[in-house]
Ligand binder design. Structure first.
Ligand code: ARG
Length: 464
């Protein structure tokens, strides 16, 4: 690369003093953005091919550039490449090496582009690729949830509101609710593809370029769908970064909610589930302990994933419209959220496969707290023509009586019930059986066994 005496960076031709050492150290992004090397080389190859097609560079120079870039990729992959912090970032590191390999012809590559459009192009390509990876991991989690649902169609548990026993449901209904959450996550990541598919390359520093470039050509080469429409917005826009960080946050929040619930279920008070040994850890002092550390890890990581979203929002909130150095931090935030979310999804999948359901305990728990009271009220409406509000009030009295006598609803005698509802017939009592209660919720999306089987079939079909 062309160098001057004081500094080895090309943009320092006019700057005569050495850059502050501390700033060189902390202002360099190479340790973070070297992860973009593949995307950066892909972008440069497409740019060089476009420059040649548009007769901006000769075939000889283009071929030399492509040869050099290929060799650089090889060096990086074989860990032979020497990254230099003084060269600030991945773009300058690669350009510098290209000069070493092919000499001054390397200088033709940067015609009609700037690092400002280059870095957004690289990052969009990286996020596109990584979103697909997240999508695949989500699919794996969804499959595991369907598997555990299939095994637990007839496992009955107390459904909660306010963490108080409310109505019995099938455990499969619970895990299928998780499936819906993760399917929405997949959908959310896919919605972000529209802006990720707009090609930033060719925006230059921010105003476009006077070279006769073909942005549709690089769009096709780089597998984008269309070029961005406004060069100034292009180098300034980090909405696609926010989208990724937000999507990751919601997905992580989903994992965290389920983790919290499973921690409660695994507690000695609940004992609804236990966890296989590969997903628990011991205590350094209490020999008896098996702690759900993996679940706590999942819940905890949500904090830093949310944090990255808020960091990025804060970085852009006061930025005028163009490129500023502030934006350099975007990559660190994206990479950290991605790494965390990826690990969390892999661990979460192991957790789901490591859940041991204590069906008996769950069933017993479902009997506590008059969980079929709503069914009783519904039956009064259906069999005896009460309005729901009348039935609600009568049922409340029945519950009071059962509570006083320390009995479950279905343990009350006909005589007891007659004191509150004189004309009551005994078939109302059928509705107090837990299985019947669950199976009676046949409305679309309800917890009846048939519905659950139907939903499992639907999910399986959609996955194929
Ligand atoms: N390392 C920079 C970043 O990640 C690349 C863009 C630099 N552009 C500039 N005008 N300084 O944001």
């Amino acid at each position: 690369m062309s160098q001057n005496k004081n500094n080895n960076a090309v943009w320092n031709t006019r700057i005569k003093k050495k850059t502050s050492n501390i700033f060189k150290k902390v202002g360099s992004s190479i340790e973070v953005d070297k992860r973009l090397y593949k995307e950066d080389i892909f972008t440069s190859v497409s740019h060089a091919e476009m420059l040649y097609k548009q007769k901006i560079i000769t075939i000889k120079i283009k071929d030399k550039i492509l040869w050099g870039l290929k060799r650089i990729q090889n060096e990086i992959e074989r860990k032979k490449f020497k990254f230099d912090r003084d060269l600030e970032d991945i773009h300058m590191n690669i350009e510098n090496r290209l000069f070493e390999l092919i000499g001054n012809d390397a200088g033709y590559l940067h015609s009609a582009r700037s690092r400002n459009d280059q870095v957004v192009t690289d990052l969009k390509l990286w996020i596109k690729k990584s979103s697909t990876e997240i999508d695949n991991l989500l699919l794996k989690v969804i499959k595991s949830l369907i598997k555990i649902s299939e095994k637990n169609i007839y496992s009955i548990m107390p459904g909660f509101t306010h963490l108080k026993n409310a109505q019995p449901i099938s455990l499969a209904h619970y895990f299928l609710s998780n499936v819906e959450m993760f399917k929405r996550d997949q959908f959310r990541f896919s919605c972000s593809m529209k802006s990720l598919n707009q090609n930033p390359l060719g925006a230059g520093a921010f105003s476009g370029t006077s070279f006769n470039i073909d942005r549709w050509y690089t769009t096709k080469k780089l597998k984008f769908k269309e070029p961005t429409n406004n060069s100034l917005d292009t180098v300034s826009d980090r909405d696609f970064v926010l989208d990724f960080l937000y999507n990751s946050s919601v997905c992580s929040m989903h994992i965290s909610r389920i983790a919290e619930e499973l921690i409660i279920w695994n507690s000695d008070q609940f004992k609804f589930i236990s966890l296989k040994d590969n997903i628990v850890t011991g205590s350094s002092i209490m020999p008896q302990k098996k702690n759900p550390d993996t679940l706590e890890f999942l819940r905890g990581k949500t904090g830093s994933i949310f944090g990255n979203l808020f960091s990025m929002l804060t970085i852009v909130k006061g930025l005028p419209i163009s490129y500023f150095k502030d934006l350099q931090d975007d990559k660190d935030l994206v990479f950290r959220s991605f790494d965390n979310l990826k690990n969390c999804l892999i661990i979460f999948d192991e957790v789901i496969n490591g859940v041991i359901v204590n069906k008996k305990v769950m069933l017993e728990a479902a009997k506590v707290g008059f969980t079929t009271a709503t069914d009783f009220a519904d039956a009064l409406v259906k069999n005896m023509n009460f309005s729901f509000r009348e039935a609600y009030m009568l049922t409340a009295k029945v519950v009071n009586l059962a509570e006083k006598k320390n009995l479950a609803l279905n343990e009350l005698g006909h005589e007891d019930l007659k004191k509150i509802i004189p004309k009551i017939s005994l078939d109302v009592m059928q509705n107090l059986d837990l299985k019947n209660s669950v199976n009676s919720k046949k409305s679309y999306g309800g917890t009846s066994f048939e519905n659950i089987k139907k939903m499992i079939r639907k999910h399986k079909k959609e996955i194929k």
